[in-house]
Design a protein around this ligand. Structure first.
Ligand SMILES: Nc1ncnc2c1ncn2[C@@H]1O[C@H](COP(=O)(O)OP(=O)(O)OP(=O)(O)O)[C@@H](O)[C@H]1O
Ligand SMILES: [Mg+2]
Length: 326
């Protein structure tokens, strides 16, 4: 039976169908909007469009923070709505089988809670696979390979590295210095240096735009002192400098896994390199800094944001992968 892959990330949820490919790639967000009878539930882009515009009585929920579930009932409601919306007219199955991503260092308790929430949300035969292993599958690595492989995933809430052999994790590290922390650092810089207040969503957008820009960019915000709207010019390189301490902390935390790297893994990783995935893999100079700190070549695959979900779908046909300890 076909399984769908759901990469439930702090910032983005990506759903991949075995035949149709990526069918959903939207923010991990739920808005409960007050309606005449009860409440209307909105997820993803529909919910994000209402951020900062909700009336009293509405509830805005981030099901995950820092890669971890904040509130199980919120996750249940979110997944239920997501599955209803995504499956509409697409799957005849009432209860689709699913493989979900989880952090590589998720505890047994966290894994069980996530599994139960997903089943209560209407998914059947739910299995979990650690995001870095799913990413490896999704970008074409062979998990049965006897050589040591390594994947770094820098998303919105967590940065994690998993070093594994034959699909079994040998060593892993994770930290919360990822995309959301970079955005928070940029917001603080704009407030302190430009006297400008930006919403988290606007700062995230500015961070992404500046990571590709080579010249100054103009951004709109609210003057911290007067509260009036104002524009400010952000010079090229300013964002990079503002997020640099976060990038440096992440790189140090990830490189710590070298301590536990088996010595036979060194030639394997020198030859095969380390794969860097996740939305924040595009952060300026992250790849180069990782390469320096780890001492191995670091490469970014073709689809670094969606390879986790694609790998989860592939794991759907290979139950032996999911039952491995991770
Ligand atoms: N070009 C870019 N430059 C820098 N950061 C980027 C860029 N594009 C996306 N990001 C960041 O990537 C993050 C989202 O990545 P991703 O979708 O992999 O996270 P996630 O899977 O939701 O989170 P997690 O895995 O940590 O729970 C956001 O913080 C976003 O700002
Ligand atoms: Mg992720």
């Amino acid at each position: 039976m076909a399984d769908i892959g759901i990469d439930l990330g702090t910032g983005t949820t990506v759903v991949c169908h075995p035949r149709e490919g990526v069918v959903h790639d939207e923010p991990t967000l739920l808005v409960e909007w007050p309606a005449r009878r009860g409440r209307e539930l909105l997820v993803g882009d529909d919910a994000a469009a209402l951020l900062g515009r909700t009336p009293a009585g509405a509830r805005v929920g981030h099901p995950l923070r820092g890669g971890a579930v904040t509130d199980l009932s919120l996750v249940r409601t979110y997944l239920h709505q997501l599955v209803r919306q995504t499956a509409r007219g697409r799957w005849r199955l009432r209860r689709p089988h699913a493989v979900l991503s989880c952090p590589v260092e998720a505890t047994p308790l966290e894994r069980r809670a996530l599994l139960e929430s997903a089943e209560e949300a209407g998914l059947a035969h739910v299995e979990l696979l650690a995001a870095p292993l799913a990413a490896a599958l999704g970008c074409g690595l062979d998990l049965a390979d006897t050589r040591v492989q390594a994947v770094v995933d820098v998303g919105a809430g967590t940065a994690e590295i998993a070093v594994f052999c034959r699909g079994v994790v040998l060593t892993a590290r994770s930290c919360r210095d990822a995309g959301d922390e970079m955005t928070a650092a940029l917001r603080a810089h704009l407030r302190d240096e430009h006297g400008l207040h930006l919403s988290a969503a606007a700062a995230d957008d500015l961070k992404i735009r500046t990571s590709a820009a080579r010249e100054a960019l103009v951004t709109e915000g609210r003057d911290v002192a007067s509260g009036r709207p104002r524009v400010a010019t952000i010079e090229a390189g300013e964002t990079e400098a503002a997020v640099a301490p976060v990038v440096a902390r992440a790189v140090t935390a990830l490189a710590d896994c070298l301590e536990d790297l088996p010595v036979a893994g060194v030639p394997d990783l020198l030859a095969g390199g380390v794969v860097l995935v996740g939305g924040a893999s595009a952060a300026l100079h992250l790849r180069e800094q990782l390469e320096t700190a780890l001492g191995f070549p670091v490469k970014v695959p073709e689809r670094p944001r969606t390879c986790v979900a694609e790998g989860l779908t592939l794991a759907g046909g290979r139950p032996e992968l999911r039952s491995r300890p991770a």
